[in-house]
Design a binder for this molecule. Structure first.
Ligand code: FAD
Ligand code: SIN
Length: 523
């Protein structure tokens, strides 16, 4: 079945919704179709806790935010991009306030600014510890009234149709009817988020399977800096808690990390202790766990703050932990590090442009050059709104017309339902486990080579059966997961140094000749 639209936006998180909203205003005569593979609100945006970074107080200035971002990025940020994004922050945040985002205020009525690791000033605007939920719901409200925007939920993009570095649209599975649509568009925009599901432990929701990065790679785009997968130090450790983050803002408010015997340890690793950049805190926890043989550490806020402050600042964390019988006003919280954020992605301009004509990528799937080798906390929501703004301006000025003749119809394979769903589950589990064990927080040459052997074998297997089975979301995701895992492994092997979040025991020092990694599909 064929659909024609002017702009196809794939993804309904902060990046996709911000873009759709602005583009609809700038191009009122164009049709926009936005699809999401789950419910509209389901994505990393909804779960963002800490907030969004911007210079806001009198004691702060752009130069400080720029220097903090560059210093976290450990020599691999694009300084021009950093400057452009940081200086646009107040303007973009005012737009969020205009659509109704109610950032938390202090008792004087000013915005309550938090501090997180790597920031030299208090500059995180937040809605208690549920910032993403508030932003996502206000964005959803604001786009629902738009006439030239159509939204389809549970539509999963399978692949792009691209030829000779030109993109014509995408093949999309409607998961309810099972129909695969050929959607032709004069521009296709990937806003598909991160790829945390590649790892066994992650803070990310299930949608984060790297689909956009894998699709762009297959279409010929360059993928950059994928070895820099950021691990968040504090994910709730509980057998029934799936991917629940304990915000870094809690350490910003004075929570202390301890081992299970109650001994503080961050002073042994960094002078900034709990507020060191998150790669250092994650590695410190990893080292403590290896040293002690324990399976988690503790984050203690109860000993340092009153129950009233804890409940008012962290209502989301309080309520969720209580469901698991952990009262954070009395007890320390069991935590472990988990895969959190993809600092690399599809190499793009700040406006999402890629090397593939008519293909744009924004939000966590993109690598604009803002984060370099490590992302500064709360800079990603910011990057998403700035890129969406720049992308909307570029798209609104596009003169190209829709060339539907070039679009090749989807050709189904044998399309029989899989009788062996177990293969798919088995492959998912295998990838996630060896990525955690071999390509995790601390890497070695040997572990990376082992991972490479395994991913080559699994990719062969997946390629053999991909076209034999009926296309379903978990199969589409598995293929993408394997592609992105391979890109991470190859990128990590090629970096013969330790920098930012990439830490290899066989190359513990920084190289003087360091540059961003780039990977392109061989044709
Ligand atoms: P997402 O919000 O993840 O949205 C992706 C969208 O793409 C979804 O709608 C999904 O359905 C859709 N999609 C994916 N694949 C397909 C497909 N094949 N077909 C159709 N649709 C598809 N950053 C901060 O700056 N501050 C924070 O406080 C913060 N806290 C965080 C807390 C948590 C628990 C997590 C997980 C992340 C946090 N981050 C934070 C990071 C930040 O939330 C994300 O980087 C950001 O929200 C990504 O936005 P996005 O629009 O790119 O993607
Ligand atoms: C957090 O709240 O700790 C997450 C912030 C971020 O990932 O930027």
């Amino acid at each position: 079945m064929n659909i024609k639209t002017d702009f196809l936006v794939i993804g309904g998180g902060i990046a996709g919704l911000s873009l759709a909203k602005k583009l609809a205003q700038l191009s009122p005569d164009d049709k926009i179709l936005l699809i999401t593979k789950d419910n509209l609100e389901e994505g990393s945006t909804y779960y963002a806790q800490g907030g969004i970074a911007s210079v806001w107080s009198d004691s702060d200035n752009f130069e400080k935010h720029i220097q903090d971002t560059l210093s976290a990025g450990d020599g691999l940020c694009n300084e021009k991009v950093v400057r452009k994004i940081v200086t646009q922050a107040p303007e973009r945040i005012n737009e969020l306030i205009e659509i109704g985002v109610q950032f938390t205020r202090n008792s004087e009525g000013n915005y309550d600014l938090c501090k997180e690791g790597g920031h030299s000033e208090r500059r995180i605007l937040h809605v208690n510890d549920q910032t993403g939920q508030n932003i996502e719901s206000k964005l959803i409200n604001s786009v629902k009234k738009i006439k030239n925007l159509e939204i389809k939920e549970h539509w999963c993009a399978i692949n792009l149709f691209a030829n000779n570095y030109k993109c014509y649209g995408a093949y999309v599975l409607d998961q309810e009817s099972g129909i695969i649509y050929n959607i032709a568009a004069k521009a296709t925009i990937l806003a598909t988020g991160g790829a945390g599901k590649i790892y066994l432990y992650t803070t990310n929701p299930d949608i984060a399977s790297g689909d956009g990065i894998a699709m762009a790679y297959r279409a010929g785009a360059t993928i950059s800096n994928m070895e820099f997968y950021q691990f968040h130090p504090t994910c709730l450790y509980h057998p029934y808690a799936k991917s629940f983050l304990i915000t870094e803002a809690m350490r910003g408010e004075g929570a202390i990390l301890k081992n299970v015997r109650g001994k503080e340890f961050m002073q042994d690793y960094h002078p900034s202790k709990e507020l060191a950049p998150r790669d250092i805190v994650s590695r410190a926890i990893d080292a403590e766990l290896k040293k002690t043989g324990d399976d988690h550490v503790l984050l203690d806020i109860a000993s340092y703050k009153t129950p009233r402050l804890i409940k008012s600042h962290f209502p989301g964390v309080y309520e969720t932990c209580l469901k698991f019988n952990i009262d954070i006003t009395k007890d320390p919280i069991p935590v472990v590090p988990a895969a959190h954020y993809c600092c690399g992605g599809v190499m793009t301009g700040i406006n999402g442009s890629t090397e593939v004509k008519n293909l744009y990528v924004i939000g966590e799937s993109a690598c604009t050059g803002l984060h370099g080798a490590n992302r500064l906390a709360s800079n990603s929501l910011l990057e998403a709104v700035v890129s969406a703004h720049e992308c909307a301006k570029t798209l609104a000025s596009l003169s190209s017309n829709l060339n539907i003749k070039e679009f090749k119809q989807w050709e189904p394979g044998h399309a029989v339902p899989s009788t062996e769903a177990v293969i798919i589950t088995q492959n998912w589990d295998e990838i996630r486990r060896f990525m955690w064990n071999y390509v995790g927080i601390v890497r070695t040459n040997k572990r990376l080579q082992r991972a490479k052997k395994r991913i080559n074998m699994l990719q062969d297997e997946i390629n053999q059966y991909y076209w034999d089975f009926k296309i379903e979301k978990n199969l589409v995701e598995l293929r993408n997961l394997a592609t992105v895992a391979k890109i991470i492994i190859v990128s990590a092997i090629s970096r013969k140094e330790s920098r930012g979040i990439h830490y290899n025991l066989d190359h513990p020092d920084k190289s003087e000749m360091s540059r961003s990694t780039t990977i392109k599909r061989p044709w």
